[in-house]
Design a protein. Structure first.
Length: 537
């Protein structure tokens, strides 16, 4: 009896092991070889619920939640293949696919995470690598919540990539006169390979780049821009390199989404202070190598900005406060970081400060109120940061009053605006400005305005009503007619710092983010500035 029971248990155990064993290609090391042919020769992929997570990091697309299978292929003579997933019996309808390269399964680098190939849910990827290279393909069912089958195949692409797919074949661009753009058409058709210069660090580069070059003009500075052509490509990337030849290149700048002449997802890079007659190399691609089609590129001469002389707090340039905005040109060209001269000056805490700041100073007017704003000059810098300090330029002697990002109203909110009230007349304040993330070099404007003092007027009680006060959420202003008050409303703390500004106030203001304390709320009523105490509980 005992022997019979043992045999039954053994049978059940062996049956369970056989039933739930993982497929041979559940791990990269067990990758099944895919045939590469001139046309698609499908193999059947089956997900039966036994596939596990192979342990590599999330490939980054198609909702990977484990349960992947692995395949491998050898790059053919052309160095280009297309890998296509397609529907089989409809049991699986959403597939993810990623391609990797490496000497073995322990040294893999992701090449791409594929998008749909036009049939919803089924990806397609074109891979360009040297003949003989092994490519590893990872597939999974999106969400890992369905079982079934689909098809997978690999075909060789025999169309050769364009001549400027490599730096050595870079196409020459003509440098136009200032602000004169003579477009060259860039065509990305999917045959482009990775030129081997590594990730330039922006705009999701995953291969498929093209190269251009230009001669530095007499001014030593050029602007290089890309822009839409027929909207077949809507998002690009661009990197600029300097160096004596393609074997000695140094990255100057990598840019994504910096153009103002076209779709914001195209690029603009200004290159300053180069030796006239030298060659500059330009590398462009489609964002994430996800689109084929065309776009334009052009370059024209620009002036070299003045070098920054107000690089440190002690060299701050005096700003004159006017009744209207009289812009002063800001240049961060050749600027360094304040921390070099004074390590006690810390990150101001906004607008992704990353160095190369410049300094200004101003004298608080008799009213104790002023505003200061930055805005673009020649579109070389399109996003900035600004901080205001009290104190002196000695180590540990500056106190941050406010740091601002994206508060501008003159042209674009990507620039900055700070308004202060209740400051001591004659007080010297210091203004620190920089390009967002230190991503751009060039010029922009700054101006400072003196403002009239806040007036507290006695107004007939039933002219308006502010309630509730104290509050911890919303505050309301109603006119005696019962209508909502509309206009420009500001809330200051007792140091004069502008905490909230609502240019389109319609009767209700959310003050829930203010800390407990006493504030001053001001607004215009019958052509008079009315200031009332506001208590946050």
């Amino acid at each position: 009896m005992k022997i019979k029971l043992l045999l039954i248990i053994l049978f059940i155990t062996l049956f369970s092991i056989k039933s739930f064993a993982q497929p041979s290609n559940d791990l990269c090391i067990g990758s099944i070889t895919l045939p590469v042919s001139a046309s698609c020769s499908n193999i059947l992929v089956t997900f039966d619920g036994t596939a596990t997570d192979s342990g590599l990091s999330d490939p980054g697309c198609a909702n990977y939640l484990g349960g992947d299978l692995w395949y491998a292929l050898t790059m053919p003579a052309s160095g280009i293949v297309t890998i296509i997933a397609s529907i089989d019996d409809g049991s699986i309808s959403n597939i993810g696919m990623a391609a990797y390269i490496g000497s073995d399964c322990n040294t893999l680098t992701k090449l791409s995470c594929a998008i749909d190939n036009g049939v919803a849910g089924f990806p397609e990827a074109t891979i360009s690598q040297m003949a003989g290279t092994t490519i590893y393909i990872r597939v999974w069912e999106e969400g890992n919540d369905a079982m079934g089958t689909f098809n997978l195949c690999v075909s060789e692409v025999t169309v050769m990539p364009p001549v400027n797919n490599d730096c050595s074949g870079a196409v020459s661009l003509t440098v136009g006169a200032p602000d004169t753009c003579s477009n060259t058409l860039v065509t990305i058709d999917g045959t482009e390979t990775d030129s081997g210069f590594g990730d330039p660090g922006c705009s999701s580069y995953v291969g498929g780049d093209l190269w251009y070059k230009l001669i530095v003009p007499a001014s030593g500075s050029v602007s290089i821009i890309t822009e839409t052509n027929d909207s077949s490509i809507t998002d690009g990337g661009m990197a600029v390199y300097t160096g004596s030849d393609c074997n000695n290149l140094t990255l100057y700048e990598c840019d994504s989404d910096g153009n103002t002449n076209s779709l914001e997802y195209f690029e603009r890079i200004n290159v300053y202070g180069q030796t006239p007659g030298e060659v500059i190399y330009v590398r462009v691609w489609s964002y994430n190598n996800a689109q084929t089609g065309t776009f334009n590129i052009c370059t024209f001469e620009v002036s070299t900005p003045p070098a920054a002389t107000n690089d440190d707090c002690v060299d701050a340039i005096e700003l004159t406060l006017g009744v209207t905005c009289s812009p002063v040109l800001v240049s961060n060209y050749l600027a360094t970081s304040s921390e070099i001269a004074d390590p006690t000056i810390t990150d101001p805490g906004c607008a992704f400060y990353n160095g190369n700041d410049v300094w200004y100073k101003l004298t608080v007017p008799a009213s104790g109120r002023f505003e200061i704003e930055t805005y673009e000059s020649d579109n070389s810098v399109l996003d900035g940061g600004m901080a205001i300090y009290s104190g002196t330029c000695d180590p540990n002697s500056l106190d941050l009053i406010e740091c601002n990002d994206d508060g501008g109203v003159i042209t674009t909110q990507l620039f900055e605006r700070i308004e202060l009230s209740g400051r001591t007349p004659g007080e010297i304040l210091f203004v620190r400005v920089w390009a967002f993330g230190n991503e751009k070099t060039g010029t922009f404007n700054i101006c400072a305005l003196q403002l009239a003092p806040l007036e507290t007027k006695t107004v007939i009680a039933d002219n308006f009503k502010i309630y509730p006060n104290p509050t911890k959420g919303n505050v309301y202003i109603l006119l005696k007619t019962g209508n909502k008050f509309k206009g420009d409303v500001k809330v200051f703390d007792l140091s004069g710092k502008l905490m909230i500004r609502s240019n389109n106030f319609d009767g209700q203001l959310d003050v829930s983010k203010l800390s407990r304390g006493i504030y001053m709320m001001s607004f215009l009523h019958e052509e008079k500035t009315v200031t009332k105490k506001l208590v946050i509980k």
